[in-house]
Ligand binder design. Structure first.
Ligand code: DX5
Ligand code: ZN
Length: 232
């Protein structure tokens, strides 16, 4: 189960789940606990039936903290909207396979790379993993949706753990052990270690764990211990 060469685990809190009235303190907790990314859910009300965080939010975050952004574009035709967002070295930008033509998606991934960021292909729960083979040469990671995109507080889609394992096995067999698997949706304290064991290495944490009840710093340390303990 999972790959022999395990990529280090990273935590990427979903800021749509953060209390906006305590955001400054929450970011301080993230910095004190060496959080690796800030997950920014961008929604256009068309690709998903919801609206969420936007370009000014990203710009203000960039001014506030050095923590890299992990921008999740849940928008149609992302190629036309990419220029609106501030991103560069060290950031992740994910675009959905389902949001544009294949060629436009490849062009978008290449444009993200050309700006120094890490291009990730995002895949919805119902999209078969074998679509990934066409993207292998233009991605640094796969964002595997473990819920249907658009809303926090959902339950993991059944079969998600097996899908993580299939994708990890496929990437490793293709010699792409360095391509990350990021999981997004219902990453709670019970499922996160299982997701890790099945091959995930970047964890989007929201209302189900780190940005749920309790002290943020304590929640982060609890999640880190669970992830570190998952692989022996
Ligand atoms: C779903 C969102 C995620 C996540 C939120 O579209 O992209 O950020 O579900 O975290 P949970 O699932 O824990 O509320
Ligand atoms: Zn997301």
């Amino acid at each position: 189960m999972g790959s022999d060469i395990m990529l280090e685990s990273s935590i990427s809190p979903s800021l749509m789940c953060a209390d906006i009235f305590s955001l400054n303190e929450i970011i301080e907790d993230f910095e004190l606990n060496n959080i690796e990314y800030l997950h920014i859910d961008v929604m256009d009300g068309s690709f998903v039936p919801n609206f969420c965080l936007g370009t000014d939010y990203c710009r203000r975050l960039k001014k506030r903290t050095a923590i890299p952004l992990d921008i999740h574009l849940m928008v149609t035709e992302p190629l036309k909207k990419l220029e609106c967002f501030p991103f560069g070295n060290g950031d992740i930008v994910s675009v959905h396979h389902e949001s544009d033509s294949f060629q436009n998606t490849v062009d978008t991934l290449k444009l993200i790379k050309s700006k120094g960021a890490k291009p990730f292909i995002a895949v919805n729960p119902d999209t078969p993993a074998d679509i990934l083979s066409a993207y292998l040469d233009c991605i640094d990671g796969v964002l595997l949706m473990t819920v249907y995109p658009g809303f926090a507080g959902q339950q993991m889609v059944p079969g998600s753990l097996e899908k993580i394992e299939r994708v990890r096995a496929f990437l490793d067999s293709a010699g792409k052990e360095n391509i990350s698997i990021e999981v997004d949706g219902n990453v709670n304290y019970e499922k996160a270690p299982l997701m890790r064991q099945h091959g995930a290495d970047i964890f989007v944490v929201g209302t189900s764990s780190v940005l749920g009840p309790g002290n943020t710093g304590d929640n982060i340390r609890k999640m880190r211990n669970l992830l570190d303990g998952a692989i022996k």
